[in-house]
Write a protein of this length. Structure first.
Length: 551
């Protein structure tokens, strides 16, 4: 029974699923432990294209995914803090980084699997701090990757003796286009080119997959990997979509071209490697290294092509902005009415996030059109907040035992705080940017870097607050409140650094001192507005003391 085809395929599918999940586990661990540092690292790496690509490669090695790097990058590009050329260089570097990851995961460090698993479990279970727990998650994920690869080897061994399997693989080795497309779809479905390439290399090492088919499928995985970020950002800002499209054009087009080249030559004799599996991995690495070198040389033409394909739209989103999900027909059904209110609050939070991204760009180049749009957005947010409070005041239950007042009060409070956050942006930040433009002054290099980093921290907390609003996750809510204290401490540190520069008599620092300090305080106020989202949830669960989180 154990050797039946159904059991073999089931074991193989389970092992492949474990591999996909383990790669995701490592990625999420790194994102949660070091996501903030990686974001700052990426934003500061744009001095030249070589630095940007090297940073992208390093980030992909840590995150085990070039797609994760692209998602981190998307926020900076939408805010205008990273240009198209630098963004494409980072993504191309991340593609090479994901190929390096595959080489590392296929190395002899697999013998450390028991130690990685033991250390990871101990760190995750015994530590109460966030970072050590996430490092434990990463170690567990690495151990599971090595374990899943071993399971794939064991599960696929009987298939090498199957006539049906040999026939299918022989067909794929003759029809390279089918193999290429199947691999592309598979990599896109599992959302991981790393997992896909590791699977193909392992099957090749078992003698199950012919080398020619494996080459085609590795190239197909590169095409599928490029499509992952493309579809994930399809509704994003046009600046983000242009860079992701340029990467798809280079990586997908390069993979297709390489497929036809390999079909014309003796690929097995050209690609270096001591074994078939190593040749597969080396082809993946060589392809992405060549893609990076070519892409860096053609950054401007690639971005130009992307701009021609994805032109800037002149239309606005005004017709969608003023739509409300508040349904007056369900006000006698509290659970449904509160769900409508929660969706409206998420929309308000999303709009504040966009406002924050746009407002910071005004300190670089002031734009009256953007400033006016932010002021109008503030008026719309004020109306949304009022409409929401009126709506919640009308929520009633036919059951007199059901208390709707507390929930309505909590949601109304969140609306007021989001409105206050929008007010900080539209009035305070816009006015500070206007003053800087009128006075014709510039922040010092250190001052602007500190403000940009602080803005990024607050932006991440804004996104965190929206996530808490949607998920009502207690753990995330605690982290959001903890971040409030960290932002307060960070603001104090940045003020001290600014005062040190004042003592040095730096002209730029003196001229922008008032604007610099006011902007720090405005960002801290905005962070507080979003941190307040967590308080009703924590209070309901008994997670709050009088003035601080319960230990």
């Amino acid at each position: 029974m154990d050797s039946s085809p159904i059991v073999i395929l089931l074991n193989l599918a389970a092992a492949a699923a474990l591999l996909i999940w383990a790669v995701r586990l490592v990625r999420t661990g790194f994102e949660r432990a070091f996501g903030g540092q990686l974001r700052l690292w990426l934003r500061r790496s744009t001095a030249n294209r070589l630095t940007a690509s090297a940073t992208g490669a390093a980030a992909a090695v840590l995150l085990q995914s070039s797609t994760a790097v692209a998602m981190l990058l998307a926020g900076f590009m939408a805010a205008g803090t990273i240009g198209g050329g630098a963004g494409l260089a980072i993504i191309l570097g991340a593609d090479l980084g994901s190929a390096i990851v595959v080489q590392i995961l296929n190395s002899r460090i697999a013998v450390l699997t028991p130690l990685l698993m033991l250390a990871g479990v101990l760190m995750f279970l015994r530590s109460s701090r966030r970072t050590p727990r996430q490092i434990g998650r990463v170690l567990i994920g690495l151990a599971l990757i090595f374990l899943s690869l071993e399971l794939i080897r064991n599960a696929s061994a009987p298939l090498s003796e199957s006539d049906a399997t040999r026939a299918v693989m022989a067909y794929l080795s003759r029809d390279l286009i089918s193999a290429f497309l199947i691999a592309a779809v598979f990599a896109w479905l599992v959302h991981s080119s790393v997992a896909a390439v590791l699977l193909f290399a392992t099957l090749t090492a078992q003698g199950l997959m012919p080398l020619e088919a494996a080459f085609a499928m590795v190239l197909g995985a590169n095409l599928g990997g490029a499509f992952i970020a493309f579809f994930l950002t399809i509704g994003g800002a046009v600046s983000v979509r242009r860079v992701v499209f340029a990467n798809l054009l280079l990586r997908g087009g390069g993979a297709t071209l390489m497929l036809f080249v390999l079909a014309q030559i003796d690929a097995a004799g050209v690609v270096p490697g001591g074994s078939h599996a190593q040749k597969v991995l080396n082809l993946h690495l060589i392809f992405n290294l060549g893609l990076l070198l070519f892409g860096l040389a053609c950054l401007r033409p690639s971005i130009w092509v992307a701009r021609q394909v994805l032109a800037e739209t002149n239309g606005t989103q005004a017709e969608a902005q003023n739509r409300s999900v508040l349904d007056p027909t369900v006000q006698n059904h509290p659970s449904r009415a509160f769900a409508c209110a929660q969706r409206e609050l998420v929309e308000m939070g999303n709009r504040v996030e966009i406002m924050l991204r746009d407002a910071m760009g005004l300190f670089d180049v002031f734009d009256d059109v953007v400033a006016q749009r932010l002021r109008q957005e503030m008026k719309d947010m004020t109306q949304m907040s009022l409409d929401l409070r009126v709506y919640l005041s009308g929520v009633r239950s036919s059951d007199p035992k059901v208390d709707t007042g507390t929930r309505a009060f909590d949601l109304s409070g969140i609306a007021v705080n989001l409105e206050a956050g929008a007010d900080v942006i539209a009035r305070k930040m816009v006015e500070l940017a206007r003053r800087k433009d009128v006075q014709k002054v510039s922040f010092s290099e250190d001052g602007w870097r500190e403000l940009s980093d602080f803005h990024d921290q607050v932006l991440r907390n804004v996104q965190h607050g929206i996530t808490v609003l949607m998920s009502e996750d207690i753990g995330l809510a605690r982290e959001l409140v903890e971040q409030k204290e960290k932002i307060r401490e960070k603001e104090q540190v940045l003020e001290r650094w600014h005062l040190k520069r004042l003592r040095q008599g730096l002209t730029d620092t003196i001229e922008t001192s008032a604007i610099h300090l006011d902007l720090l305080r405005a960002l801290k106020m905005l962070n507080t507005s979003f941190a307040m989202i967590a308080y009703p949830l924590l209070k309901e669960q008994g997670e709050l003391l009088e003035s601080r989180l319960a230990t």
